[in-house]
Design a protein around this ligand. Structure first.
Ligand code: ADP
Ligand code: ASP
Ligand code: MG
Length: 492
């Protein structure tokens, strides 16, 4: 749709009645300029609460389940009270919000009871329960928008986004999704209603609810923006945009005015929480620009993510990831060829749906190591040991080694290509801090250098690399006229 803007509000931007009011003010302003679609996350910490509730249900802890669901109800009821307390006429909206909240918490009780009885958490039921967080927040925002005169309607992402059946980390099927969006959203938008869509969830073709991975509301928003041929996607969060490092780790971070799709994707894949790793994929082909903006300071320009621009030289940002593990494998003798072993290991992990973050090998000893997420370790070990059971039993393969005491640091920038000496400076800066480098990986695109270090040195290494590359000081800053030229059309 020409001149359609998709805006996504993250957990902190939906985290309280005040934040919902701030989001609604942004929506009310933009809605006067062009057609809008809104995507929301659950209120902050609610997905964790739901997850923990189900974990407690699985172990039969009914008291904990009841107490968590009481907290779920109270948080959303209090937000409703606060949102609709101002005027007499608001009470009808508050009653409608209350009703929606109670019905959804009841649904959560039903799922938790099933898990309590079964003593296990089927992935399908987990996704069905997790989706309730976003259904609650979208109901609150939609009722609040109605109460301030912005015609709106809560819509379930599961009625729009068709996915495969990989519960917990589903992938979209774009053609059926596009068809559903055209049927369902176009009529709403055409009559001036603002759809408030639940992020994070979709459904299989036969209607089972799925989720798109933690932090997946960004991905929902980009799927919907691509399906609807939106003009732009704005992602509202709690910081001023994409920064040269995580502001929670480094003091003198700078906001990047622009980054390329490739840079943003590398940053996200290597641990920058600001974007879900798969967010950019649906947008690349259609060149739909994304803005990362701060809902606490909406007047600030934020970061624009685009296909290409005149990249500054050198590194642009450094990221880190800590919940990871390094799996090392080594043949015990020459009987087992290294290449065959690698192929079998990769095949086993692919079949078990385990994502490999970094892969490095040494050709002489035929050893290799794989970096994966910590929560994937049991699945990965089971898959590797099953696939290579004979080789392990006969001693052709040394026991598989798992090191959970590691962290990944990544330096990212399109301008690193052809900047001689940069990798050396990065390694020197890390060693100067007496931090041991365990593994190094650089893709052929030279866009990212990944460095595995001991976990306890990770934060220091990030700060050392940020300082060495002078990221806080030298990040490309636009001249005032450049900023105006790059502003989104609504702000021109
Ligand atoms: P939301 O709830 O809006 O989706 P997230 O918590 O998922 O927000 O992501 C925003 C957070 O990402 C920020 O508060 C910040 O701490 C973290 N972050 C990590 N790396 C970066 C980075 N390079 N730039 C900006 N923020 C980052
Ligand atoms: N609420 C989900 C989560 O916490 C999705 C999101 O916030 O993007 O993972
Ligand atoms: Mg997020």
């Amino acid at each position: 749709m020409k001149s359609l803007l998709v805006m996504k509000f993250g957990g902190t931007s939906m985290g309280s009645a005040d934040r919902i009011r701030a989001a609604a003010a942004i929506i009310a302003k933009e809605q006067k300029k062009r057609a809008l679609i809104i995507v929301v996350s659950a209120m902050s910490e609610i997905t964790d609460l739901l997850f923990e509730t189900l974990r407690r249900a699985e172990v039969g802890d009914r008291a904990a389940v009841d107490s968590s669901l009481h907290n779920l109800l109270t948080r959303h009821r209090e937000a409703s009270d606060d949102l609709f307390r101002r005027t007499e006429s608001a009470s009808k909206f508050r009653d409608a919000a209350y009703q929606a909240v109670e019905a959804l918490v009841c649904e959560c009780h039903r799922i938790a009871n099933g898990i309590l009885m079964l003593g296990e958490r089927p992935p399908r039921s987990v996704d069905e329960a997790l989706a309730i967080g976003e259904r609650l927040s979208s109901a609150l925002l939609a009722h609040y928008l109605d109460s301030i005169g912005v015609d709106s309607c809560a819509v379930n992402g599961s009625d729009l986004i068709v996915t495969d059946a990989v519960f917990g980390n589903a992938s979209p099927q774009m053609e059926p999704t596009r068809k559903r969006c055209l049927e369902r959203l176009v009529p709403l938008v055409a009559k001036g209603t603002v759809p408030v869509i639940t992020g994070f969830n979709g459904a299989t073709v036969d209607g089972y609810l799925t989720t798109l991975g933690r932090g997946g509301s960004d991905f929902s928003a980009s799927i919907l923006a691509a399906a609807m041929d939106a003009e732009e996607l704005w992602i509202w969060t709690d910081v001023d945009g994409i920064m040269t490092a995580d502001p929670r780790l480094v003091d003198d971070v700078a906001v990047l005015d622009q980054v390329s799709y490739a840079e943003a994707a590398e940053l996200a894949y290597n641990g920058a929480k600001i974007l879900h790793p798969r967010t950019l994929a649906p947008l690349v082909q259609k060149h739909i620009p994304v803005w990362s903006k701060n809902s606490f300071a909406p007047e600030k320009p934020g970061t624009k993510i685009v296909s290409h621009f005149d990249e500054p030289r050198g590194a642009r940002a450094v990221t880190s990831m800590s919940n990871i593990a390094l799996i090392s494998m080594e043949p015990a003798n020459a009987v087992l060829g290294g290449t065959r072993l690698m192929a079998r290991a990769l095949d086993a992990l692919a079949l078990a749906n385990v994502e490999i973050l970094v892969f490095t090998s040494s050709s002489y000893r035929q050893t290799f190591c794989l970096l994966i997420r910590k929560h994937d370790v049991p699945t990965a070990l089971e898959a590797l040991e099953a696939n290579l059971s004979l080789e392990l039993a006969h001693g052709y393969l040394k026991p598989i080694d798992v090191d959970e005491n590691v962290g990944l640091l990544a330096v990212v920038g399109e301008g690193m290509r052809g900047t001689p000496g940069l990798a050396g400076r990065v390694f020197t800066a890390i060693s100067r801090e007496n931090i041991n480098i365990i593994a190094i990986a650089q893709g052929s695109s030279e866009l990212t250098i990944g460095i595995v270090v001991r976990r306890d040195g990770l934060e220091r290494a990030v700060r050392a690399v940020h300082a060495e590359c002078q990221l806080g000081k030298t990040a490309h800053r636009m001249e005032p006229e450049e900023i105006t030229a790059h502003q989104h059309p609504g702000a021109r």
